[in-house]
Design a binder for this molecule. Sequence first.
Ligand SMILES: Cc1ncc(COP(=O)(O)O)c(C=O)c1O
Length: 411
Amino acid sequence: MSTEKTTTVPSRIFLSPPHMSPSERELLLEAFDSNWIAPLGPQVEAFEREFAEKVDVPYAVALASGTSALHLALIILGVKPGDDVATSTLTFVATANAIRYVGANPVFIDSQASSWNMDPELLAVELREATLRGRPIKAVLAVDILGQCADYDAIQELCKQYQIPLIEDAAESLGATYQGKPAGGFGDIGCFSFNGNKIITTSSGGMLVTANKAWADRARFLATQARDPFPHYEHSEIGFNYRMSNLLAAVGRGQLRVLDERVKQRRENYRFYQQEIGNLPGITMAPELAAGRSTHWLSCITVEPAEFGATCEDIRLALEKENIESRPVWKPMHMQPVYADFRAQGGSVAEELFAKGLCLPSGSSLTESDLNRIVGVVHSVRGHANTIGEFNFHQRVSVPSENAFLTGRPS
Ligand SMILES: Cc1ncc(COP(=O)(O)O)c(C=O)c1O
């Protein structure tokens, strides 16, 4: 008999795993048995109808991804090569990449501290300065990050004043509201993602929503290889293969039915973290705008190392050791090597959020025992710094260098 000690690894807690209800499987099998194994079909049509109703926007077009929705939105709203598009610096790279797909240039706007989304005051500065420079901004692509809508009263007003289109990247914020209205309806076009880590998922997928029927029709046309209405294959424009599969739409329909529950569960996670760690010295929960209701798709904290006695990277590493996934807040686009040469308006707020921010496990299937495990680790790290003094937030790797972290400046 072996005398070796066996250590059991606790089961992994993921950042934001898929959470299916029973009806997804039923709908998927129904689609499968109907032999509509195609990009298009009755499930796609039903998903579009039900989704449009849910977000209170007249038309919805189901697509292969959130990125393809953003790409089509920019094309449909007439953004051309060489145009400048103002967008949030604190976002996932897909937002900025879509701007590059049409040959336009992103201009990165810093975050407002009260929501972490695009700062409308800095957007106003950029719109004014760009006009004075003789190179006006052609469109605004505002992002609703981490489950929360941007401050649309001000952003919409600016877009109206400068007569430029507004695209809402609501990929992370399905189910959120602002001034009582659902995310996705604040722009001329709204874009959603259903990739595996989103509040509801179809494994991969996206949706474009708009109140303009001609734009919805154009999105469908461009997403199906721009096929002209002939019995044979006729094409007078370049299109894309961007439609959602009928099988995935079936999954989406099931997920949509439990969206409200998922929002409730994610908000509960946030409330739990707020109660258990939100008042520890040096820890601040991500803020929620008074005018909005966040889904808290991801529950995030910022950590002041001097007060907490450890950095957010200490917490991340300690969680990882316990088989718990957490993730730094987005590295701002203006700090990304691939976007270093593009214009930015401000940037220090987003830089600090990246330096001090951590997204905690936020799945809607987290149990009380999971949540207790997570906050237990956070408590255990307090005062036990390992990375203070050697944490270079610019690269977000521990390197033996000057104390870049505490000064808040990249070294
Ligand atoms: C803010 C934001 N925009 C766009 C996307 C792209 O969506 P997808 O991965 O479905 O292409 C994502 C997420 O993946 C996102 O978080």
